[in-house]
Design a protein around this ligand. Structure first.
Ligand code: HEM
Ligand code: HEM
Ligand SMILES: [Fe+2]
Length: 446
């Protein structure tokens, strides 16, 4: 059964594609700057490009999560959204806040706190926007005919993500305290509540795509939520090793963060088992690729590559180097980018009524972007290990080392080109699907 108001999701997905494209442009600006081609330096210096690149990432992913919620919640709750008009107002205000922040960054209107660069005055607009979003989603869910585990986990993730934004808005005079609470946002998002969002979307997609019983799939979801909370909360300690807080965090952070890969492993096993158990009759194979892919790649990027530098003994050397960038790229890509691309791939044929999901383009988009991102991860990784060795073992000067490793950024740029080609193909497919149609929303598919 489909609901007309699910169409709202399409426009969130479209904004998502636009912001994603911009994010990649800023990635290239940094990549070229790294090999000495820094012609834009006067207007877009590296630090500005970096803040724009990572903030656009966070905003396009959140836009994707919101689109996912507008698509999934009506179907799970079995009713239309409580207000379509307000959903569009929320979309437009989100775009406006995003544009103001991004333009502002180019005029040095930003705070120097990695990932949370949005100035605090603008944060209030973010809060209003997110409250509106949550009101619409929770209002729909709680007045609906059913409250499924999938919908509850997804909404709980979104609600907690909003609440956890608040510690990042408090002003502290001490850098240590400021850093301490910054991780409540950054870490508890990606290694806590965003995992619930991912789990919820994953569960919805697996129910739809594999045809396995909801009861079986949702039982796994409980296990994933349990493992996430068990490890992720105290795992925050892996950011507290040498920042000036109590030494107890060396042990607590080390032990609990080392358990974090379990939640990602559970998601990967979950997806693969459900796929093997399923009927394999669903026509939208490309959505299935992205879904299973997200579960597997997130285990590698977040689980394995996260584990690689999470113990205090290793983090002492790798902290803040390109080893972190290696892990950051593959983790964000696998867990959150791929799951957003999965739900979009699933929703598009249903919203537009056009069935393009068996086109070669879509498969090429999947493989090129994945091979490209894997290559980029390796390039960052090699550069990172060399950096750690030269800078922190041999004791060479920071800038001298950055110069030595610039060759790895040539490789990075080549792989990034492959990646960007894949994403371009994905976006061309998105455009070719065309606009949503009311007719499509009244004919039933699964
Ligand atoms: C999808 C989930 C994850 C994402 C998106 C992610 C992303 C990131 C990003 C962007 C950073 C840099 C943050 C900053 O410096 O502000 C980071 C740092 C870190 N991550 Fe993850 N991560 C994830 C999961 C994990 C897991 C499961 C582990 C451990 C097993 C882990 C271990 C670490 C460590 C130790 C650092 C600190 C690196 C340093 O000291 O510079 N991450 N992560
Ligand atoms: C054309 C593609 C891309 C290129 C060339 C690129 C390049 C870069 C560069 C050069 C940096 C700065 C590293 C440094 O500090 O020196 C960076 C940071 C970052 N990028 Fe990308 N990027 C691309 C796409 C992406 C995508 C698709 C994602 C997410 C899925 C992503 C996530 C990140 C994150 C999380 C950071 C911050 C890492 C950290 O905190 O250490 N990037 N990127
Ligand atoms: Fe963390």
């Amino acid at each position: 059964m489909k609901y007309k108001s699910q169409k709202v999701a399409y426009w969130f997905f479209a904004l998502c594609m636009l912001l994603f494209t911009l994010q990649i442009v800023y990635g290239f600006i940094m990549g070229f700057a790294r090999i000495g081609m820094d012609g834009l330096h006067d207007f877009i210096p590296f630090n500005t490009a970096r803040a724009v690149h990572t903030n656009l990432l966070v905003v396009w992913l959140l836009t994707g999560f919101m689109g996912a919620a507008y698509y999934i919640i009506p179907e799970e709750a079995q009713r239309e959204l409580i207000s379509v008009k307000w959903a569009y107002i929320q979309l437009i205000s989100l775009a406006v806040v995003g544009v103001v922040a991004i333009v502002g960054y180019h005029f040095n209107y930003w705070e120097g706190r990695k990932f949370l660069e949005i100035p605090r005055e603008l944060d209030y607009l973010v809060v209003v926007n997110v409250l509106l979003f949550l009101g619409l989603i929770l209002g729909t869910l709680f007045t609906g005919k059913r409250k499924t585990t999938t919908a509850l986990v997804l909404s709980m993730g979104l609600l907690f993500a909003a609440l956890l934004y608040l510690p990042g808005m408090i002003w502290f005079d001490s850098q240590v305290t400021d850093s301490f609470f910054r991780w409540w946002v950054v870490h508890l998002w990606v290694e806590g509540v965003w995992e619930l969002i991912m789990g919820g979307i994953l569960s919805y997609l697996l129910i739809k795509l594999t045809g396995v019983d909801r009861e079986v799939i949702e039982k796994w979801l409980y296990v994933i939520v349990g493992l996430t909370f068990l490890s992720g909360i105290l795992g925050t300690g892996h950011h507290y090793y040498y920042i000036g807080v109590n030494k107890i965090w060396l042990i607590v952070g080390g032990i609990f963060s080392a358990l974090e890969p379990l939640a990602f492993l559970a998601m990967a096993l979950f997806a693969v088992y459900m796929y093997r158990k399923g009927e394999k009759s669903h026509p939208n194979k490309i959505a299935l690729f992205w879904t299973i892919g997200a579960a597997i790649v997130s285990f590698i990027g977040a689980g394995l590559l996260g584990f690689a530098h999470t113990l205090p003994q290793t983090n002492l050397y790798t902290h803040g180097t390109l080893v972190t960038a290696m892990h950051g790229h593959y983790a964000f890509w696998g867990a959150y980018a791929m799951i957003v691309l999965a739900i979009i791939s699933y929703a598009l044929p249903n919203i537009t009524g056009r069935k393009r999901h068996d086109k070669t383009n879509g498969h090429m988009a999947f493989w090129l972007s994945n091979i490209g991102m894997l290559g980029m991860t390796v390039a960052f990784g090699v550069a990172g290990v060399v950096q750690v060795y030269m800078e922190r073992k041999m004791g060479l000067d920071f800038m001298k080392v950055q110069n030595e490793i610039s060759i790895h950024f040539v490789v990075l740029l080549l792989c990034a080109t492959l990646f960007a080609t894949g994403i371009t193909m994905y976006i061309i497919e998105f455009i070719k699907y065309g606009k949503p149609s009311d007719e499509a929303m009244t004919t039933d598919t699964h």
